[in-house]
Design a protein around this ligand. Sequence first.
Ligand code: COA
Length: 108
Amino acid sequence: METNFAFVAEENGEIVGIAHGRFVGGSGLAILGWIGVHPTYQNKGIGKALLEKVIEHCRTEGCHKITLYTLPVLIPAVNLYLKHGFVPEAYLRKEWWNVDFIKMSKWL
Ligand SMILES: CC(C)(COP(=O)(O)OP(=O)(O)OC[C@H]1O[C@@H](n2cnc3c(N)ncnc32)[C@H](O)[C@@H]1OP(=O)(O)O)[C@@H](O)C(=O)NCCC(=O)NCCS
């Protein structure tokens, strides 16, 4: 059974950022599905805070690995992941929508 998780960042009662993902059964693998911050609120540390929350949650839940799929053109996202110990695990050429993706992972 898959379990979903989500965290939101709030500013003045409004949601300005979100991170969600899922645990793949009891396998110990977590998949970060999406992380995004409203453009007005970017570059203020919100993405970093959300990702750290996700990592902490996955660790607490006993996961051994977090993986995600991103695009090489999403430089802020790739930098954010690299800064938090995610490493490129696979380069997926012309994957979804005929576009290149990178699978990045962090082992806990
Ligand atoms: C990726 C994203 C979530 C980062 O959120 P953020 O709140 O702006 O990021 P933070 O302010 O917490 O910055 C954390 C790190 O991200 C990286 N980063 C953020 N903005 C960046 C930019 N414009 N250029 C390069 N690196 C950037 C840096 O490594 C930064 O660390 P530093 O400040 O110590 O250099 C945000 O840019 C976003 O929502 N992008 C659009 C959606 C998206 O691409 N989601 C990922 C899909 S896989």
